[in-house]
Design a protein around this ligand. Structure first.
Ligand code: CP
Ligand code: NVA
Length: 308
């Protein structure tokens, strides 16, 4: 059974195949052609954290594919009252055809997948956010920037950064990561990405200097300094990230045709300036829309793969 828990489980050709499928279904959707790729399928959507994009895109996506989404907030299901993940997985996966989970530790989603009879998709964990990266890369492809791609990520070494490491090391592009001291990426994930890079030819640069990272980059991206679950560290983090805002001056250091990406929600005046968010270089809303299309690709691909 194939799940979609992290890009580390995927090859370059599989990632590109999913994106190709996503682009095809996107074109159909844009022409208001809705094919029943997943007729009468039910997607269980378990949320242990808040969401705007992930919920709306998965629920809309499964409906457009011929199925229905079930929004299951952990506040409302027994998981939130201590029912084990393993029991929740065995119950829910007997009733639905696919499951998407947003939770805390990656080990929780792995536990669910271990007991699940149906494919499980990661809708964000503390460690990874792989469906976001599929949308981001689709946006990069559409902008025509996937050749000679140089991505600069400025900010916290978090789930987004780890997913960028996986994507770059699998696809073989240049990724520069600039974090403040003490907020570096996970050492083991970095080591694994370096290992994958040997095969793909990816170039991974880790630095504490954002200016060095963005110099000539074709994609400049960042994420919140305070991820979900870190709210009590907010004050300290804001101090520690001083100098890491992606503002107009930082964007100027990138390539002339550079674009700005952000998974959203964005906190203006912290990780990114209002001017950059609203500039023509910013493709953040195209990127957000691509969550819908990329995830439809993931769901249809998983279904086909698991029928083989
Ligand atoms: N980018 C993203 O996952 O957004 P939500 O938290 O709104 O789902
Ligand atoms: N790093 C952020 C991403 C939100 C989509 C978080 O985990 O809260």
């Amino acid at each position: 059974m194939r799940h979609f828990l992290t890009l580390r489980d995927y090859t370059k050709s599989e990632i590109l195949e999913i994106l190709e499928l996503a682009a095809k279904i996107k074109t159909e959707t844009k022409n208001r052609v809705y094919k029943d790729y997943l007729p009468r399928y039910t997607l269980g959507m378990i949320f242990e954290k808040s969401s705007t994009r992930t919920r709306v895109s998965f629920e809309t996506g499964i409906y457009q594919l011929g199925g229905i989404g079930l929004f299951l907030s952990s506040n409302d299901i027994q998981l939130g009252r201590g029912e084990p993940m393993s029991d929740t997985a065995r119950v829910i996966s007997r009733m639905v055809d696919m499951v998407m989970i947003r939770t805390f530790e990656q080990s929780k989603i792995e536990e669910f997948a271990k007991y699940s009879k149906v494919p499980v998709i990661n809708g964000l964990t503390n460690e990874y956010h792989p469906v976001q990266l599929m949308a981001d890369y689709l946006t990069i492809q559409e902008a025509g920037l996937d050749k000679n791609l140089v991505v600069a990520y400025v900010g916290d070494g978090n789930n987004m950064t780890h997913s960028w490491l996986m994507l770059a090391s699998k696809l073989g592009f240049e990724l520069r990561v600039a974090t403040p001291k003490g907020y570096e990426v996970d050492a083991q994930i970095l080591k694994d990405a370096q290992e994958f890079s040997k095969e793909s030819g990816a170039k991974i640069i880790i630095t504490n200097d954002p200016k060095e990272a963005v110099k000539g980059a074709t994609v400049i991206t960042t994420d919140t300094w305070v991820s979900m679950g870190q709210e009590n560290e907010k004050e300290k983090r804001i101090k520690d990230f001083d100098g890491y805002i992606v503002d107009e001056a930082m964007m100027k250091l990138g390539a002339p045709n550079a674009i700005f990406l952000h998974c959203l929600p964005a906190y203006r005046g912290y990780e990114v300036s209002e001017g950059v968010i609203e500039s023509p270089q910013s493709l953040i809303f195209e990127e957000a829309e691509n969550r819908l299309h990329a995830q439809k690709g993931v769901m249809v691909w998983l279904d086909r793969q698991n029928k083989k």
